[in-house]
Design a binder for this molecule. Structure first.
Ligand code: AMP
Length: 603
């Protein structure tokens, strides 16, 4: 079986790893970095930029640069996260055709799976350059608290990128795999994962090679970005007080503030005070340039984010309870995610768990390494690693009166299935509509709508006579599917529940083709560039020969003819250089090659 790579598709950074000769290893990108910024931009010329290249031009191309797309993937238009981004993101978010959010970049709207697919493709490329073969399969990680729509959208992103996501696993579980892999560990551990956009906590029992998740919870809107936002607010407020200008209203200033806020936050992990200097941050209508020159102390920063830290600890408490444990039962705490480098986070975790967190795994690499370990276990059908994960949300249906009937409780081990028999409630009812939700609220509408489907063609009969058996499945990926059987006729209907905001099969196919066309055009561009360079070099060489011969005063007609044809070839090459016609460039290269051989033969 093909090698399966592991990808940590992060909000801020992404990372790819592979297991080689039994050893998991992170693959560095071309620049030598082990992580790649999860940033996508479209340049003025329509070219896609990813990672460091996209980050570098973010300030000057803020409107067409997308960061933290993971916060929007699988979300509905009008949901709180989308509304929040509408206010704070410099890129334009528009309503998609399925009540989804899309991002408008240079006149084209991109679905969130498309944006993520560009990042996945980049990670695939990083792996390909190292492995010297194209990887086609991957295990991709998602926050444990991702719901069905977010997982489904991530899978779609893989398809668009030409990557078969053979398994989706939860980030904290992946980190625990990296922590316990190859060691004979017998312990109950907590994984505290605070990344750029999301917070997750999972409690696991590790016994030998069995990784058994007892409970998981999180907040998909709690992460480094929120910590940055507090610094941005603080700086913008101070600036507004002095200059009566809201820097957040100006895209370029906002992007610079954002960069400076993150830099200050990171600096405050090692320093007691961070200086923030943003000269020429704003130019008034009068032409007067304003500068931002200030500093922020670690204490002040900790005050600004105290509630965020507290929120994460509250979730830890509930998750331990949910696992049926006390905090004293936790043998080790694993810290994952860039934000866990913040001293206040480490102190809060240490205080709550009553022990120093483990330093055994690298906070930026553990998740990708775990994904690679799971990939290798799946590809080699290895028995030494067994992952038993849970579903983070309860799954249920809307019942009469709008109530939510739970069919599968949160924290049930997956894969799992549950059957439920529905009967008709009206006389001669020939169709039954089933509306599926995920969440913990007793009112269905307060939970996340996954989808609805209608079982048609039932026998007309008095109410309560016809019965339909419906089986709800949650796969090992955490993805929900529903199968319904009319018990009388044995007629079966099967659907994979996709939220109204999901992409249709036709759209995904279209995006796959569009992506392939883009890649093909890119490859052609690269090939033509190589040939154009060859052509320029050849032109210079022929011109050198022509110069040499003209200084020799060789007046033979043979030489004159050869020089004339060489000049014609050089002129044609000049035209070819500005053309995008591959055939023409190649023909010109051949003509110059011939001319060069002839001229070189004349002494
Ligand atoms: P991740 O999603 O795990 O890559 O985490 C990225 C987040 O961690 C971003 O918000 C970063 O700003 C933050 N981060 C990275 N390094 C540090 C650091 N030394 N101190 C505080 N936050 C950091």
């Amino acid at each position: 079986m093909d090698r399966i790579i592991g990808i940590d598709l992060g909000t801020t950074n992404s990372c790819v790893a592979v297991v080689e000769a039994g050893v998991p290893k992170v693959i560095p990108n071309k620049g030598g970095y082990k992580t790649t910024p999860s940033i996508v931009a479209i340049s003025e010329s329509g070219r896609r930029l990813v990672g460091q290249m996209a980050k570098r031009q973010a300030i000057t191309n803020a409107q067409h640069t997308v960061y933290a797309a993971k916060r929007l993937i699988g979300r509905k238009w009008g949901s709180a996260p989308v509304m929040h981004c509408l206010e704070t993101c410099p890129y334009e978010i528009v309503q998609g055709p399925h009540d989804d959010a899309r991002i408008m970049l240079r006149g084209k709207d991109y679905s969130l799976p498309e944006i993520s697919s560009i990042i996945l493709q980049e990670m695939k490329l990083v792996a390909e350059q190292y492995l010297e073969e194209e990887p086609t399969k991957a295990v991709v990680t998602v926050p444990a608290y991702f719901n069905d729509s977010q997982r489904q959208a991530t899978k779609d992103a893989g398809r668009i990128a030409g990557l078969d996501i053979v398994r989706i696993i939860n980030e904290p579980t992946a980190a625990a795999l990296a922590y316990g892999f190859g060691k004979n560990i017998d312990a109950t551990v907590a994984v505290y994962d605070l990344g750029g956009g999301t917070f997750d906590i999972s409690i696991l029992e590790i016994r030998g090679g069995v990784f058994d998740v007892l409970s998981t919870a999180g907040d998909t809107f709690l992460g480094g970005e929120d910590f940055d936002a507090r610094i941005i607010e603080h700086l913008a407020y101070e600036f507004a007080r002095e200059h009566r200008v809201d820097l957040r209203k100006d895209e370029m200033s906002l992007q610079r503030l954002k960069d400076a806020a993150e830099r200050a936050k990171i600096e405050l992990s090692t320093m007691k005070e961070a200086k923030v200097g943003l000269p020429f941050i704003y130019t008034k209508e009068s032409g007067e340039a304003l500068h931002l020159q200030t500093s922020i102390t670690r204490d002040r920063f900790e005050e600004l984010v105290a509630d965020l830290v507290h929120r994460s600890i509250k979730i830890c408490k509930a998750t331990i309870q949910e696992a049926g444990l006390d905090v004293e039962d936790i043998d080790d705490v694993i810290l994952v995610g860039g934000m866990t480098r913040m001293p206040k986070i480490q102190a809060a975790v240490q205080e709550f768990f009553g022990k120093e967190p483990s330093k055994a795994v690298h906070p930026d690499e553990a998740v990708a390494l775990g994904a690679a370990i799971q990939g290798s276990a799946l590809s080699e059908s290895r028995q030494d690693v067994l992952l038993l994960d849970v579903t983070p949300h309860s799954l249920g249906i809307m019942v009469h009166g709008g109530g939510f009937e739970r069919l599968i409780e949160a924290n049930t081990t997956i894969p799992t299935a549950h059957s439920h028999t529905f009967t008709t409630v009206r006389d001669n009812q020939t169709a039954v509509k089933i509306i599926v939700f995920q969440g913990e609220n007793d009112m269905a509408a307060e939970n996340e709508l996954l989808g609805e489907f209608v079982m048609k063609g039932l026998r007309a009969a008095p109410a309560g006579v016809v019965e339909v058996d419906v089986e709800f499945n949650i796969s090992a990926d955490g993805i929900v599917s529903v199968r319904a059987v009319d018990l009388e006729t044995g007629k079966e209907q099967s659907i994979t529940v996709t939220a109204t905001s999901g992409l249709t099969e036709e759209e995904i196919e279209g995006m796959i083709h569009e992506n392939q066309d883009y890649l093909m055009a890119l490859k052609e561009d690269e090939e033509i560039e190589i040939e154009r360079n060859r052509l320029s070099k050849m032109m210079r060489e022929v011109e050198k020969h022509l110069q040499r011969l003209s200084s020799q005063e060789d007046e033979s007609s043979e030489t004159a003819d050869a020089c004339d044809s060489a000049r014609v070839a050089v002129n044609e090459a000049r035209n070819a250089l500005s053309s995008r016609d591959f055939e023409l460039v190649m023909a010109s290269v051949s003509a110059l090659e011939r001319a060069k051989t002839v001229l070189a033969g004349i002494q």
